[in-house]
Design a binder for this molecule. Structure first.
Ligand code: KE4
Length: 426
């Protein structure tokens, strides 16, 4: 299949790995990435004119599909009024009011330009608010690339973390404890031993960065109890799940109230936006009110606010979450039937419009079980789907996203293509 080889070679000469974010490079897949010329609805069109049904959805933001008219028109109209002012604007107030209305745990919110900025700021705020230094995260959960969160589990669950990237000082990594997800005993031990040092616990409530999987019943509820007991802040990283799993993300679906929430992706409508918010008494510690500094030249950018507001309003106007549940259930039914008919023991995890097929027979409940997925099988599946015009995540450690622009016909065609891709693996 013709791929934009020339473009990729040019890109590799001037961009590290030819991409502006590593996952786009199709590493270990034995094929150069395609380059997108344009996108509309549930479809991408690459520079060779080839079309794909898209389940990456620009990693989450494209919940209405690509270039939804409501969003495109809002951005075009905003652009006519200017691109960036460095002053407050009415749209930022409307965005903050909308977020606080849709996510009741958020009483005040600050805009950033990415999910990374949002989680980095939330971690600093937890430390500033509590006066403590330790942060707890979970193996396999990804919260962007700030130093304190690029940390892997240390030699022992209770010992300090190890850098998960070159350039992260060991001294800083030591202030992050990395625990196994879905392991309540490990969480209770960490707090029993060091609870009064822990500023905050940051978690993807429905993890989507080691493939998609779910918390065991009661796990997050216990996490809420323990953090409250020890005065540590519970930070729900809903950059991926926010405004998708429900209007109020996972917290809305499960009825759990975190102290802070980080947001991104959907809130920007495809433009660069992140946000962090929570209880007023905590958020009022943020500059210029409080002593925790946080800032951004383009935070609350008028075009990004116009895009995000148009997307959120369109989601509400169309009751999008019902549609996403319907489409997700149709995909789940089709995939499970295919796995049954082909006698494949693979594990399919989904919730609403988020899904992942794990190429393992082990139930996937954390990073360790996710890593039992067979990469070569995933590679074969990915390439077969790509050749059939279906674009799923170019890594087994990502999540698939359905949008309201997908149709029943798209889902049914995708299931047929999955059957063909899986049939070679039996
Ligand atoms: P960004 O800085 O990429 O906007 O957001 C970081 C982030 C924070 N929290 C969660 C739960 C996230 O999933 C992300 C980013 N997600 C990845 C997809 N796995 C972004 C894709 C990429 O890195 O290119």
């Amino acid at each position: 299949m013709p791929i934009s080889e020339g473009l990729y070679e040019r890109a590799c000469r001037v961009i590290p790995g030819g991409v502006n974010s590593p996952v786009r490079a199709f590493r270990r897949l034995g094929r150069a990435p395609f380059f997108v010329e344009k996108a509309q609805g549930a479809h991408l069109i690459d520079t060779t004119g080839r079309e794909y049904v898209d389940y990456v959805g620009t990693w989450g933001p494209a919940i209405l599909g690509h270039a939804p008219q409501a969003v495109v028109q809002a951005v075009a109209q905003a652009a006519q009024r200017g691109l960036s002012f460095g002053t407050p604007t009415p749209q930022e107030v409307e965005m903050a009011e909308t977020v606080c209305r849709m996510v009741p745990s958020i009483e005040k919110v600050r805009m950033t330009n990415s999910g990374t900025e949002a989680t980095m700021s939330a971690v600093r705020l937890a430390r500033g608010y509590t006066g403590r230094s330790l942060i707890v995260k979970f193996a396999g959960c990804y919260h962007g690339h700030s130093d304190s969160l690029l940390v892997a589990a240390g030699s022992g669950a209770l010992t300090h973390g190890e850098p998960d990237s070159a350039g992260v000082p060991r001294e800083l990594a030591a202030l992050t404890l990395v625990l196994p997800f879905n392991d309540t005993a490990a969480l209770e031990r960490a707090f029993a031993e060091r609870g009064n040092e822990i500023a905050g616990v940051i978690v993807e409530p429905f993890p989507g960065n080691a493939g998609f999987y779910l918390p065991r019943s009661g796990y997050l509820e216990r996490m809420r109890e323990i953090t409250a007991k020890y005065g540590a802040l519970l930070i729900f990283d809903e950059v991926m799940t926010g405004f998708r799993i429900s209007p109020a993300g996972v917290q809305g679906k499960l009825g759990i109230t975190p102290d802070l929430t980080t947001l991104g992706k959907i809130i920007g409508g495809g433009l660069p936006v992140g946000a962090f918010g929570g209880r007023r008494e905590i958020m009022d510690c943020i500059s210029p009110l409080g002593a925790v500094y946080q800032a951004g030249t383009l935070s609350g950018n008028p075009l990004a606010m116009a895009a995000g507001l148009a997307q959120l309003h369109e989601l509400e106007r169309t009751h999008a979450w019902e549609r996403l549940e319907t489409l997700g259930a149709r995909l789940e039914e089709g995939v499970r039937a295919a796995l049954h008919d082909l006698k494949l023991p693979f594990v399919f995890k989904c919730s609403g419009s988020m899904f992942c097929l794990h190429f393992t027979a082990q139930d996937v409940v954390d990073l360790q079980t996710a890593q039992t997925s067979d990469f070569e099988k995933y590679k074969s599946y990915f390439l077969s789907l790509l050749d059939q015009g279906i674009f799923v995540a170019p890594s087994p450690y990502e999540t698939g996203f359905i949008s309201t622009a997908h149709t029943e016909a798209d889902i049914d065609a995708t299931v047929r293509a999955m059957r063909r891709a899986l049939a070679t693996l039996g």
